[in-house]
Design a protein around this ligand. Sequence first.
Ligand SMILES: [Ca+2]
Ligand SMILES: [Ca+2]
Length: 501
Amino acid sequence: MKPLVLILSSFLILGTSFAAPAKRPNILFILVDDQSPFDFKFYNPKSALQSPNLDKLAAEGMVFDSARHMGSFSGAVCTPSRHMIMSGRTVWHLPIGPGAKDHCPPNLELNTLAAVFNRAGYDTMRTCKMGNSYEGANKQFTVRHDATKRGGTDESGSTWHGDQVMNYLAERDATKDADPFLIYFGFSHPHDTRDGKPELLAKYGATNHDDPSTLPALDPRLPALPTNYLSAHPFNNGDANVRDEVEVSGVWKNRDEPTIRNEIGREFACSENIDIQVGRVLAKLQAMGELDNTYIFYTADHGIAIGRHGLQGKQNLYEHTWRVPYIVKGPGIKAGSRVPGNIYLLDTVATLCDLAGIPAPESNEGLSFKPVLEGKKDSMREVMYGVYCGGTKPGMRCVKQGDWKLIQYDVMNGSVHETQLFHLATNPDELLKEHGSNDPMKTNLASEPKHAAKLAEMQALLLAEMRRLDDPYRLWNQPNDGLTPPSEAASKKAKNNQAKQ
Ligand SMILES: [Ca+2]
Ligand SMILES: [Ca+2]
């Protein structure tokens, strides 16, 4: 035996006695339901939301300015979003929706987040809301405490989700469990009904308003209207009567100032309670000595409008709704760093696996943004694509490259064809002429002759993304590509079945 081999083999035999392998990192993945990034001071300094624990997390970690969900083919935007988070697959390649038959491998749930981490020897635990989710993936967690908690008390609200994680950590502490963990810390709020705890509502001057025949009081402590508030959306965007736009308790079809400001106050009360729960769990991790070896992720399944652009729900592609808050703190991440990122929620699986040293499953289509977390690059992609077509088809599509963003609407059976072109660096709130802006750049630029070349370039990018991602629809101003839209294919099939009977 050569001396080098001898040295190496004795190192391998004796290695563990003097150089224990580095402990694998824990992961705490925090996911809230329906939250715009612009609610937080670290995205919008004018916001009145008090979230000291998340502000601190942002200051100690990395904040992503361009984190997005890829979209939805259903009014329940939560559902495809949560499938993407859990599986790392793109929106038209999920086990649900129009792509399910042709573009998704079987038994995908066995290669979702918790299943992969279980096989790698991690302890997996989750708490979250029930419903509008991905049950096949959720049931892979070894320990699971799910319930929908949107009430204004500790037992019926976010404190309950916090308690589940606190109890789990206390048990690990008591049994001295040394395995690394993946905790999926989900909340049911600030999704409506936004019933906040009384003391938190009072801070924002809000009430749990539940009478459709009256307006809430315009308390001076209520948060201000958003910069891009409108009393109505300028045109029918194709899903104006979806539940979120007409049935949310406390808002209904109202878009007046007291209603919107009260609803934002309610949302802030719910978000502040989430912040308090996050603070409890981080303090517990610190007391256990685990905090420094834990990657903490904070995000939402998608954003939300609540008065912005005259909308109330999540069925649109403006920045307040297409974007999500995204913070990561952990070993090796530079405190106070900020990047565009250009990440999707569907990059989560690849990134968590990469950080834990686990190969991502073959079915994953997301990109690990570990190089961004390590400061080696600041963006994962040039172009980002978004879809909403839970209402009339083909629906809305958007694409972003650099500071430019295009949104197109082909809705109401061809009677609405609208195009919006925004320069986000100068018009981050996507102001329209209806907002009364005097700045020629702070409006929809789609009909400006001097931006015609940019418009054409963005339209070409959108078509390329739709082709690349197997979008089954085409818009009025795009080539048909020989596609039969899924809705027509379904109605043809139904007619054929009827004819057979
Ligand atoms: Ca949601
Ligand atoms: Ca264990």
